[in-house]
Design a protein around this ligand. Structure first.
Ligand SMILES: Nc1nc2c(c(=O)[nH]1)N[C@H]1C(S)=C(S)[C@@H](COP(=O)(O)O)O[C@H]1N2
Ligand SMILES: [Mo]
Length: 222
Protein backbone atom coordinates (compact mmCIF):
# COMPACT_ATOMS: atom_id res chain seq x y z
CA UNK A 1 0.00 0.00 0.00
CA UNK A 2 1.30 3.49 -0.83
CA UNK A 3 1.55 6.11 1.91
CA UNK A 4 -1.35 8.02 0.37
CA UNK A 5 -3.54 4.91 0.16
CA UNK A 6 -2.75 4.16 3.80
CA UNK A 7 -3.69 7.71 4.85
CA UNK A 8 -6.94 7.48 2.88
CA UNK A 9 -7.81 4.13 4.47
CA UNK A 10 -7.18 5.49 7.98
CA UNK A 11 -9.26 8.60 7.22
CA UNK A 12 -12.09 6.44 5.86
CA UNK A 13 -12.07 4.21 8.96
CA UNK A 14 -12.16 7.27 11.23
CA UNK A 15 -15.08 8.77 9.30
CA UNK A 16 -17.00 5.49 9.29
CA UNK A 17 -16.56 5.07 13.04
CA UNK A 18 -17.65 8.67 13.75
CA UNK A 19 -20.71 8.12 11.58
CA UNK A 20 -21.59 4.88 13.36
CA UNK A 21 -21.15 6.41 16.82
CA UNK A 22 -23.41 9.31 15.84
CA UNK A 23 -26.21 7.07 14.64
CA UNK A 24 -25.93 4.73 17.61
CA UNK A 25 -26.10 7.64 20.03
CA UNK A 26 -29.19 9.02 18.29
CA UNK A 27 -30.92 5.64 18.42
CA UNK A 28 -30.10 5.24 22.09
CA UNK A 29 -31.54 8.67 22.90
CA UNK A 30 -34.78 8.00 21.04
CA UNK A 31 -35.21 4.57 22.62
CA UNK A 32 -34.39 5.64 26.15
CA UNK A 33 -36.64 8.67 25.79
CA UNK A 34 -39.72 6.58 25.05
CA UNK A 35 -39.13 3.06 26.40
CA UNK A 36 -40.84 2.47 29.71
CA UNK A 37 -43.53 4.97 28.85
CA UNK A 38 -46.83 4.38 30.72
CA UNK A 39 -49.60 3.15 28.41
CA UNK A 40 -52.44 3.43 30.92
CA UNK A 41 -53.10 5.29 34.18
CA UNK A 42 -55.93 4.55 36.59
CA UNK A 43 -57.92 2.83 33.85
CA UNK A 44 -57.42 5.60 31.27
CA UNK A 45 -55.63 4.65 28.03
CA UNK A 46 -52.80 7.11 27.35
CA UNK A 47 -51.56 8.38 24.01
CA UNK A 48 -47.97 7.75 22.92
CA UNK A 49 -45.41 10.51 23.49
CA UNK A 50 -43.39 9.11 20.59
CA UNK A 51 -46.08 8.73 17.94
CA UNK A 52 -49.30 10.59 18.76
CA UNK A 53 -48.04 14.17 18.40
CA UNK A 54 -47.82 16.22 15.24
CA UNK A 55 -44.80 18.50 14.95
CA UNK A 56 -46.07 22.02 14.24
CA UNK A 57 -43.75 24.30 16.22
CA UNK A 58 -43.18 27.80 14.86
CA UNK A 59 -39.38 27.41 14.81
CA UNK A 60 -39.08 23.61 14.93
CA UNK A 61 -38.12 21.63 18.05
CA UNK A 62 -35.92 23.49 20.57
CA UNK A 63 -33.01 21.83 22.36
CA UNK A 64 -32.65 23.48 25.75
CA UNK A 65 -29.48 22.80 27.79
CA UNK A 66 -30.45 21.54 31.23
CA UNK A 67 -27.42 23.12 32.95
CA UNK A 68 -27.83 26.52 31.33
CA UNK A 69 -31.63 26.63 31.61
CA UNK A 70 -33.12 29.42 33.73
CA UNK A 71 -36.78 30.24 34.36
CA UNK A 72 -37.48 33.87 35.24
CA UNK A 73 -40.56 35.27 36.95
CA UNK A 74 -40.62 38.96 35.99
CA UNK A 75 -42.80 42.04 35.45
CA UNK A 76 -45.23 43.21 38.15
CA UNK A 77 -43.63 41.21 40.96
CA UNK A 78 -42.11 42.27 44.28
CA UNK A 79 -38.83 40.53 43.42
CA UNK A 80 -37.72 38.98 40.15
CA UNK A 81 -37.07 35.28 40.70
CA UNK A 82 -34.75 33.02 38.73
CA UNK A 83 -34.83 29.23 38.99
CA UNK A 84 -32.61 26.47 37.58
CA UNK A 85 -33.90 23.14 36.23
CA UNK A 86 -32.94 20.99 39.24
CA UNK A 87 -34.38 23.53 41.65
CA UNK A 88 -37.72 23.36 39.84
CA UNK A 89 -38.06 19.60 39.33
CA UNK A 90 -37.16 18.86 42.95
CA UNK A 91 -40.24 20.79 44.09
CA UNK A 92 -43.41 18.87 45.05
CA UNK A 93 -45.22 17.80 41.89
CA UNK A 94 -48.78 17.11 40.83
CA UNK A 95 -49.94 14.40 38.42
CA UNK A 96 -52.99 14.57 36.16
CA UNK A 97 -54.33 13.06 32.98
CA UNK A 98 -55.30 15.84 30.55
CA UNK A 99 -56.03 15.82 26.82
CA UNK A 100 -54.27 18.31 24.55
CA UNK A 101 -56.40 19.30 21.54
CA UNK A 102 -54.76 21.05 18.59
CA UNK A 103 -56.91 23.19 16.30
CA UNK A 104 -55.50 21.09 13.42
CA UNK A 105 -57.76 18.24 14.55
CA UNK A 106 -55.53 15.86 16.53
CA UNK A 107 -55.37 15.24 20.26
CA UNK A 108 -53.24 13.42 22.83
CA UNK A 109 -54.20 12.18 26.30
CA UNK A 110 -51.17 12.18 28.58
CA UNK A 111 -50.32 11.68 32.25
CA UNK A 112 -48.63 15.01 32.99
CA UNK A 113 -46.48 15.63 36.05
CA UNK A 114 -45.31 19.07 37.01
CA UNK A 115 -45.23 21.99 39.39
CA UNK A 116 -47.90 24.53 40.27
CA UNK A 117 -47.43 27.86 38.48
CA UNK A 118 -49.22 29.79 41.23
CA UNK A 119 -46.58 28.69 43.78
CA UNK A 120 -43.86 30.33 41.66
CA UNK A 121 -45.96 33.49 41.40
CA UNK A 122 -46.54 33.74 45.13
CA UNK A 123 -42.82 33.31 45.78
CA UNK A 124 -42.12 36.29 43.53
CA UNK A 125 -45.00 38.24 45.08
CA UNK A 126 -47.59 39.44 42.55
CA UNK A 127 -48.29 43.19 42.63
CA UNK A 128 -51.93 44.20 43.06
CA UNK A 129 -52.07 45.90 39.63
CA UNK A 130 -51.27 42.66 37.74
CA UNK A 131 -54.19 41.03 35.91
CA UNK A 132 -52.42 39.04 33.17
CA UNK A 133 -49.81 36.26 33.07
CA UNK A 134 -47.70 36.14 29.91
CA UNK A 135 -45.62 33.00 29.27
CA UNK A 136 -42.58 33.27 27.00
CA UNK A 137 -40.56 30.46 25.39
CA UNK A 138 -37.08 30.04 23.95
CA UNK A 139 -38.38 29.91 20.35
CA UNK A 140 -39.97 33.38 20.67
CA UNK A 141 -43.45 31.93 21.21
CA UNK A 142 -45.76 33.46 23.82
CA UNK A 143 -49.29 33.17 25.13
CA UNK A 144 -51.20 34.84 27.96
CA UNK A 145 -53.99 34.22 30.46
CA UNK A 146 -56.02 36.20 32.95
CA UNK A 147 -54.17 35.98 36.29
CA UNK A 148 -57.23 34.26 37.80
CA UNK A 149 -56.92 31.28 35.39
CA UNK A 150 -53.53 30.46 36.91
CA UNK A 151 -54.36 31.24 40.55
CA UNK A 152 -57.87 29.72 40.74
CA UNK A 153 -57.04 26.44 38.98
CA UNK A 154 -54.29 23.88 39.66
CA UNK A 155 -52.35 24.90 36.57
CA UNK A 156 -49.04 23.06 36.24
CA UNK A 157 -45.91 23.36 34.13
CA UNK A 158 -45.13 19.74 33.27
CA UNK A 159 -41.63 18.27 33.18
CA UNK A 160 -42.73 14.64 32.87
CA UNK A 161 -45.08 12.89 30.43
CA UNK A 162 -46.38 9.33 30.89
CA UNK A 163 -43.80 8.77 33.64
CA UNK A 164 -40.76 9.93 31.65
CA UNK A 165 -38.79 13.16 31.45
CA UNK A 166 -40.32 15.37 28.77
CA UNK A 167 -38.38 14.94 25.49
CA UNK A 168 -36.90 18.05 23.77
CA UNK A 169 -39.42 17.98 20.90
CA UNK A 170 -42.34 17.96 23.33
CA UNK A 171 -41.14 20.97 25.29
CA UNK A 172 -38.23 20.13 27.60
CA UNK A 173 -37.85 21.45 30.21
CA UNK A 174 -41.48 22.62 30.69
CA UNK A 175 -44.81 22.68 28.90
CA UNK A 176 -47.85 24.45 30.32
CA UNK A 177 -50.75 22.03 30.87
CA UNK A 178 -53.45 24.55 30.00
CA UNK A 179 -56.47 22.39 30.86
CA UNK A 180 -59.70 23.45 29.12
CA UNK A 181 -57.77 25.42 26.49
CA UNK A 182 -56.79 24.75 22.87
CA UNK A 183 -53.28 23.39 22.19
CA UNK A 184 -51.85 26.76 21.18
CA UNK A 185 -52.23 27.90 24.81
CA UNK A 186 -50.02 24.93 25.90
CA UNK A 187 -46.75 26.79 25.55
CA UNK A 188 -43.61 24.61 25.44
CA UNK A 189 -39.96 25.45 26.29
CA UNK A 190 -41.16 28.06 28.84
CA UNK A 191 -38.32 30.31 30.01
CA UNK A 192 -40.11 33.37 31.39
CA UNK A 193 -43.33 34.11 33.22
CA UNK A 194 -44.23 37.79 33.09
CA UNK A 195 -46.83 39.42 35.32
CA UNK A 196 -48.53 42.28 33.51
CA UNK A 197 -51.44 44.74 33.66
CA UNK A 198 -51.91 44.53 29.88
CA UNK A 199 -55.01 42.40 29.33
CA UNK A 200 -54.84 43.36 25.64
CA UNK A 201 -51.62 41.37 25.21
CA UNK A 202 -51.87 38.84 22.38
CA UNK A 203 -49.53 35.85 22.03
CA UNK A 204 -48.11 34.31 18.85
CA UNK A 205 -51.25 32.64 17.45
CA UNK A 206 -53.64 35.00 19.24
CA UNK A 207 -52.16 37.97 17.35
CA UNK A 208 -52.80 36.00 14.14
CA UNK A 209 -56.53 35.63 14.69
CA UNK A 210 -56.94 32.79 17.19
CA UNK A 211 -59.13 33.46 20.19
CA UNK A 212 -57.29 34.90 23.18
CA UNK A 213 -59.52 32.98 25.55
CA UNK A 214 -58.68 29.70 23.79
CA UNK A 215 -61.57 28.00 25.59
CA UNK A 216 -62.08 24.45 24.24
CA UNK A 217 -65.84 24.79 24.61
CA UNK A 218 -65.87 27.75 22.23
CA UNK A 219 -64.51 28.01 18.70
CA UNK A 220 -60.88 28.95 18.22
CA UNK A 221 -61.44 32.10 16.18
CA UNK A 222 -62.37 35.44 17.78
N1 LIG B 1 -42.95 27.37 22.35
C1 LIG B 1 -43.94 26.86 21.62
N2 LIG B 1 -44.96 26.28 22.26
C2 LIG B 1 -45.98 25.76 21.54
C3 LIG B 1 -46.02 25.82 20.13
C4 LIG B 1 -44.90 26.43 19.49
O1 LIG B 1 -44.82 26.52 18.24
N3 LIG B 1 -43.89 26.93 20.26
N4 LIG B 1 -47.11 25.29 19.45
C5 LIG B 1 -48.37 25.13 20.19
C6 LIG B 1 -49.38 24.31 19.52
S1 LIG B 1 -50.22 24.98 18.22
C7 LIG B 1 -49.74 23.06 19.98
S2 LIG B 1 -51.04 22.20 19.35
C8 LIG B 1 -48.97 22.42 21.07
C9 LIG B 1 -48.50 21.06 20.65
O2 LIG B 1 -47.59 20.61 21.62
P1 LIG B 1 -47.04 19.19 21.62
O3 LIG B 1 -46.52 18.88 20.27
O4 LIG B 1 -46.06 18.94 22.68
O5 LIG B 1 -48.24 18.57 21.97
O6 LIG B 1 -47.83 23.19 21.46
C10 LIG B 1 -48.10 24.55 21.58
N5 LIG B 1 -47.00 25.17 22.22
MO1 LIG C 1 -51.97 23.54 17.77
Amino acid sequence: MTKLALKMTVLLLVLVSIGTCGNKADQDTTESATSGELKEYEGVKLSSVASDFVENSIEGPQHVDREKYRLQVTGLVDSVRTFGYDQLVSRPSIKKVVTLNCVEGWSATILWEGILVRDLLSEAGVESTANTVIFHASDGYSTSFPLSYVTENDIIMAHRMNGLTMPPERGFPFELVAGGKWGYKWIRWIDRIELSDNDKYRGFWESRGYSNDGDLKKGFFD
